[in-house]
Structures are given as C-alpha cells and as structure tokens.
Design a protein around this ligand. Sequence first.
Ligand SMILES: Nc1ncnc2c1ncn2[C@@H]1O[C@H](COP(=O)(O)OP(=O)(O)OP(=O)(O)O)[C@@H](O)[C@H]1O
Length: 577
Amino acid sequence: MAPIDGAGPGGWRALAGELARLGRWRLAGVTALVVVSAVAEGAGLLLLLPLLDRLGVTGGGSAAPWPLSTLEGALGLYVVVVVAAALVMRARLLAAARLRLAFTDGLRDRLHAALLRMEWSGFQRLRQADLVHTVIGEVGRAAMMVEWLVAAGAALVTMPVLLAVGGMLSPEMMAATLAAVVVAALLSRPLDRRSAALGRAMGEAARGLHAELTEDLGGLRVIRAFGAEEARRSRFAEGMRELRARQIDHVAAVATSGAGLRAGGAVAAAGGMAVAVHGFGMAVADSLVFVLAFARLTMAGLRLQEMRRHILFALPALEGALALLERAESAAEPPSAAAAPSLERELRLEGVAVRHAGAAAPALADIDLAIPARGVTAVVGPSGAGKSTLADLLLGLLPPERGWLLADGVAVVGAARGAWRRTVGYVPQDAFLFHDTIRANLRVADPAAADAALWRALEDAAAAELVRGLPHGLESVVGDRGARLSGGERQRITLARALLRRPRLLILDEATSALDAESERRVQAALERLRGTVTIVVIAHRAATVRMADHVVVLEGGRVAASGPWQDVAGRTPWLA
Ligand SMILES: Nc1ncnc2c1ncn2[C@@H]1O[C@H](COP(=O)(O)OP(=O)(O)OP(=O)(O)O)[C@@H](O)[C@H]1O
C-alpha cells in the first residue's frame, strides 16, 4: 500500500488548472446557480418566521407586509420559494454533470491524442492495460471531483447565508456555532491525509485488476490450453479483494467523520436550544428557526468535509492522468512535414544504429545498405537478428540512434518522418485488423477512398474474390483483430490496405507461421504483379519469398552478415532451407 501522506499542493493546483480549461463562462454559470440556490434556501428558512407567527406559535399578530400578513399568503410564498429553490437545485445538478462530462472528455481526448502522437520507442515502454486504466478509469474518477467541488461550493456558499439567518436571531449563539464548526474541521484534518493515501492505494489496486483482466482476455487461448483457469481466477479474485478493501476503507473514513459530526451536531443543537430559550430568553418561534438554521449549517459543514475527503481521495487519479499526459506529450514525435522525400533511385542506410528504449545493446548496429527503388528486397535472418526493428526503421517509426536513413539522398529525419510514413504501405506480421467492416479496415489507409479504389486494391492483393465470397462483401465485419478470417486471408486484406494508398515503399513483415500452399501462392502472385511498380521490402520467413527477391539482405545479431542476389547469399541462410 502507498505510504500515508496527504495530497500535496500540486494536486490542488493541477485541479485548478484543469477547471480553468473548462472555460470562464461555464464556471460562472455553475457558480451563479450555486449562489442562487443558497440564497433560496436561506429565504425559505426566514419565511418560516412569519409563518410560525401566523400559526400563533409566538402569540401571533405582529405586523407584516402582504402577503405575509395572512396565513395563506405566507404559506403560498413559502411554497413558491421552496419550488423555485428545487428548480434551481435541479439546474445546478445538471450543470455540474455537464461540467464533469466536459472535464472527462477534454482530458481523455488530450491523453488519447498524445498517446497516438508519441514516439514509438517511448510508447513501447508503456503497459497497455495501464493506459486503458488511466484514460478510462482514472480520468472518470478524477472527473467526479467536478461534481464534488460544486457540491462543496454549494455547502460553502450556504454557510454564510445560514449564518446570516441565525445571526439575525442571535449573533452570540451564531458566533459560538461558527467556532464549533471550525473546531470540528480542524479535528478531522488527520482523516484528510488518510483519504489522499487511500485514493492512491485504490488507484494502484484498480490498475492491477485492470491489467489482470486485460491479460486474461488477451491470453485466453493459452489459459485454456494449459488449464490455468482456476489459477487466473484466484489471482483476479485476490485483486478484487484488494480493491474492495481500499474502497471500504475510504467509505469507512467518510462515514466515521460523518457520524462524528452528526453526533456533535445533535449535542450542540439540543444544548443550543436549551441555552437559547433559557439563557437568552429567545422566543420559541425564533429559537425553532435558529435551531433549523443551526441543523442545516451542521449539515452543510458535514457535506463540506465529506466532499473534501472525496476530492482528496480522487486527486491522485488526476495526478496520475496528468503525469501520463506530460510523459506522452514530452515524448511526442515531431509534427509531420507536408512533403515526403521521393523514392525514385534508392533507399539507403548509412552507419545506422538503433537501440530500443531501455535496452543495453543496440538492436541494429553499423548498418550500411542500399535498397534499389522498384525492386524486391528480402530481409532474412535468425530470430532476434533485428528484422522487425529494420522494418520499423524503414517505416519511419523508430529513429536511428546513429547514422541516416536516406531516400534519394534526402534524410528521413524530424518532420520528414511523419510525411515519409504516409507514403509507405505496411503489412504487419500479425496482420492486424480492427473489429470493423472490411471497408472501414481498408479506409484506415485512405479515409476518402471510393469503393472502386477499394476493389482495385483488393484485386492487386489477390483478395477481391475472397471479399466477394463473404456474405456482406465490403460490409463484412472481420471480428476482434480479424479473428473471423484465416491467417492467409487476413494477410491479403492487410496487403490490400497497404496498396490502397499507392505506396512508394511497401514493407511486408511476413507471418512466421506457415500459410497454406494456396494462400502462399496467392500472396506470391500478388507480389509478382506489383514487381517493378513499387519498392518492396519483405521480412522473409519462406524460401519462396526469398527466391523471388532481386536482392537479399542477411541480418545476424543486428548486423548485415551478407547482401546480394539470392544465389550469392543462399549458403548463409540455412534456416530458410
Ligand atoms: N521493444 C523492445 N524493447 C527492447 N528490446 C527489443 C524490443 N523489440 C525488440 N527488441 C530486441 O531487439 C532485438 C531485435 O529484435 P527484432 O524483433 O527486430 O528481431 P527479429 O529479427 O524481427 O526477430 P523475429 O524473427 O523473432 O521476429 C532482439 O534482441 C529483441 O530482444
């Protein structure tokens, strides 16, 4: 569990900064509603005096202006004021909810955008389950603070109104009440620190649970294959127990302070009533209204404390979300330039070294390589040789630690990287597809593409027949990560997606698992048809792909061990035999 300490001033400052983003007018609107509802509450209370007067509680008969001079008039006005207060309260709750949702969406949008723009190497260091937890869970928890703040603000504004009502009846008694509220607030300060620490611990527990669930769902095939259901279930149950314990601790802390304040309030109300009547000789009606004001004041104080505790509990969630935002924004890739370097002659790597974030040794070192334009280049090598790292480098995702990636002699660095990537078609090894229709998946490469262009790309990728055969054609949904298609079908759809943008460079990270002979033949045929029209780099795992290449690069231990035509390097690739 996190050490017990309070939320630092940084947390409150961060909250103030986030609220400022919501806009001056929005905040002013909610504040106005809060003030009006507090004044309405005080007015409703004061109206009880002439009402009690008319009812004869104080003997009645005192002069009052119309409509308060008659019982019906006083009752009518009372009802009007209370109904108006209820309507203002409704508007306040609605405005607070709107403010909370604007806070949630604003922060989620900034986080999401920052994560999408992050340098690939920085992004790879983050755990995906933690990101989902922060963007969805923690931001949602942090946003609740907006409503709590409005509720706390309402309590805070109500207090002087109630103090004024009570003060009109007995200034001495009200001064004593105020002193009691301040002492109660000071006495409960240790609980504040506990709330902040519990908030942090609850965030940790919730994150652990989220990570467990994400891994269970992602690795369900392995869990089922190894019969690990019970073990995973008990880990998840342990995570839930931990989370539940933190939540109960928090509720207990809030409930304890509430019970203390309520008990103190009751004792003070009874004592105050006795003192007011016997000590100060207050009229019964006055003392009744006074005690009512006093009770509401205690409730407002109680609510203020409760909201403060809730906010302290949720502040760590905001701090965590803002820390992630800062991390993502400070690791943002440079904005993309408008124009990308051409690829008419060759793609060249000069003295390139690439090191993954946190890795001791570089994944690629001293790479000097020329990839001829419009040729087919196969990259081969044993597992861990650096093939996928090379693909990420050519794609402009990973910047070299040393050396240069040059397209027709122009360095693909800084702002050129994003622009370069828009001219590259990429077919990932896992042939990832979104849980969406084929049309939507293809349009990831070109959102404005017409159906005719989609069909052309499908034809080029030898996938048109496959899509025509699906019950809903382009409208067919492919399932989670494309699970409703076979490995070979997925690869052809991802090839079509890559071709849709008419790339200058096509990078295929070939699936390591064997495709059936028919799928393999179709993909090979598609690549053959593209030969000479686009520069193709294939991370090759199959002999057939290597044989069709004009140029083969053999990587070993992150270095180029050999390069040249297949016949020249064949002896160095026993793993492809
Ligand atoms: N995100 C990462 N963080 C740290 N090290 C990494 C990361 N990705 C890869 N590596 C390391 O870089 C080296 C090259 O990995 P890479 O994935 O490029 O090899 P590969 O040739 O594509 O292997 P395979 O054929 O098994 O996919 C390996 O030593 C690997 O452990």
